[in-house]
Design a protein around this ligand. Structure first.
Ligand SMILES: [Zn+2]
Ligand SMILES: [Zn+2]
Length: 389
C-alpha cells in the first residue's frame, strides 16, 4: 500500500509499504478515506519530536471504512465508517476508567522509554514517534487500529468526511483547551496561535460562554480567519509587547484565561526570541516557550493558562515566580479525545460548529510530500491540508 513515510528531517516520501495485519484480536484494519496533516506533524517533520526512525508511517488524524476486524471486536463490523482518535486507549485501566484517555496505562509499548524522558508514560498515539509507541499512522491507504471497540467513533449519518475528520484530534484539542479555562459568563479569553487548533479553541470559548476572545498570531490570513470566528485580533509583529497590549485591551486587568495553542516552535521578535532559538539549536533547551511566557505574563491575577500547544521536554526562563505570586493556574494535557468525540459530533450535527472552515488545501494522498511543504511554508495562505484517498 501507499503510505507517507518519515525519511529524515524535512523529508517525507509516499512509499510502498506492507499492508497492516491484525496483530491482536481486538484490532481492526481501516481503509483510509480522508486524513490530514497537523501542526504537530510539522514538529516531527522538523526533527523536534524524537525518536523517529526512517520509514515510520506518519499521520494521526484519519478516518475511513473498517475492512477487517479481529475476533474480539464486537462493536465494529466490516463496512462501518469510523473516525479514529489519535490517542490509543485500552478502555480498562485506571486512567481510562477516570476518563483520562491520553494517559492510558496499557497502550504504549514503549512506556519505559517515555518514563525515562518524562517521569511517567502517556498513552500510545498513531504516527507520533517511538515515545508514544511507534504505531504506524494513517496518512496511508490502510491502518491498524488497536482496541478497536474503544476508540473509533462510528459515523452513521450523511455528514461528509471533511465535517467529521477533525474529531480525530484538532477539534477536541481546541475544545479541551477552552474547557480547561472554566469559562464564566463575562470572561475574556486570549488565544495564542490561529492555526486550526487555535481557531477551534476560539469557537469553543464562545460556545462555553466567553464574552470576548482575543486571538494572537503574526499571519494576516490567519488573523482574518480568527475574526471570522468573532475574535478580536492582535498581530504580534505590529506591537511592542503582546502582554501589555492585552492588558490594555482588558482595562488593565488582563485576560481571565489564556490558551496557548502554539507550542515548542514559537516565534517572536527581539532578544528573547534570539535567545531561545540559539539555546534550542545547541540543545540547551528542547522547546521555545515564547508564547507560553507571554500568556503567563498577560493573564490576570488568579487566572488560568491552558496549554494545548505541543511541548517535548525542557524550557528555559520559566516564570514560576509570576505563577506563584499571582495565583495563576496552569492546566495542560494531550487531548483526551475519546471524552469529546460524541458530544462534539452532536455539536457538528446541530450546526453549532463547522469544522470545514479551517480547510484551505485538498490533495490526494500521493501528494502528501507536497502537502507537508505547503503547510510548512504556509504557501497560498495554507491553514489545513486534507489528503483524500
Ligand atoms: Zn493533530
Ligand atoms: Zn487504558
Amino acid at each position: 500500500m501507499k503510505a507517507t513515510c518519515w525519511m529524515g528531517k524535512q523529508n517525507v516520501e509516499v512509499r510502498e509499504v506492507p499492508e497492516p495485519q491484525i496483530l491482536n484480536q481486538s484490532d481492526a484494519i481501516v481503509r483510509i478515506t480522508s486524513t490530514a496533516i497537523c501542526g504537530s506533524d510539522l514538529h516531527l517533520y522538523n526533527g523536534f519530536v524524537q525518536p523517529m526512525m526512517k520509514g515510520d508511517v506518519l499521520g494521526h488524524e484519519f478516518m475511513g471504512e473498517v475492512v477487517e476486524v479481529g475476533r474480539r471486536v464486537h462493536k465494529l463490523k466490516v463496512g462501518d465508517r469510523v473516525v479514529v482518535p489519535f490517542t490509543i486507549a485500552c478502555g480498562n485501566c485506571w486512567q481510562c476508567r477516570h476518563d483520562n484517555w491520553s494517559l492510558c496505562e496499557n497502550s504504549n509499548p514503549n512506556g519505559a522509554l517515555a518514563e525515562k524522558a518524562l517521569g511517567h508514560a502517556g498513552s500510545g498515539a498513531f504516527g507520533y514517534s517511538h515515545l508514544t509507541g511507534g504505531f504506524a499512522g494513517g496518512q496511508a491507504e490502510f491502518v491498524r487500529v488497536p482496541f478497536a471497540d474503544v476508540g473509533p467513533l462510528k459515523i452513521e449519518n450523511e455528514l461528509s468526511d471533511e465535517q467529521v475528520l477533525f474529531l480525530s484530534d484538532i477539534l477536541p484539542t481546541g475544545y479541551m483547551g477552552a474547557e480547561m479555562c472554566d469559562i464564566r459568563p463575562g470572561d475574556t479569553v486570549a488565544v495564542w496561535g490561529c492555526g486550526p487548533v487555535g481557531l477551534f479553541a476560539i469557537m469553543s470559548a464562545y460556545l462555553l460562554g466567553a464574552e470576548r476572545v482575543i486571538a494572537i498570531d503574526r499571519f494576516e490570513y490567519r488573523l482574518a480567519m480568527a475574526r471570522k470566528c468573532r475574535a478580536e485580533t492582535v498581530n504580534y509583529e505590529t506591537v511592542d509587547s503582546v502582554s501589555e497590549t492585552l492588558i490594555e485591551m482588558t482595562g488593565g486587568r488582563g485576560p481571565d484565561a489564556c490558551i496557548e495553542a502554539v507550542g515548542l516552535e514559537a516565534h517572536g521578535h527581539g532578544l528573547e526570541y534570539l535567545y531561545d532559538r540559539s539555546k534550542q539549536a545547541v540543545g540547551l533547551e528542547t522547546d521555545r516557550p515564547i508564547a507560553l511566557r507571554e500568556a503567563i505574563t498577560a493573564c490576570r491575577n488568579g487566572g488560568t493558562i491552558s496549554v494545548i500547544g505541543v511541548y517535548g521536554g525542557l524550557v528555559d526562563k520559566f516564570p514560576l515566580g509570576t505563577i506563584m505570586n499571582r495565583s495563576l493556574t496552569i492546566r495542560s494535557g494531550q487531548c483526551h479525545v475519546h471524552r469529546y468525540m460524541r458530544p462534539l459530533l452532536e455539536r457538528i450535527q446541530n450546526g453549532e460548529i463547522d469544522p470545514t472552515m479551517v480547510i484551505t488545501h485538498r490533495m490526494p494522498l500521493s501528494d502528501a510530500a507536497k502537502g507537508y511543504e505547503i503547510f510548512l511554508n504556509k504557501t497560498d495562505n495554507c491553514e489545513k491540508v486534507v489528503l483524500h484517498a
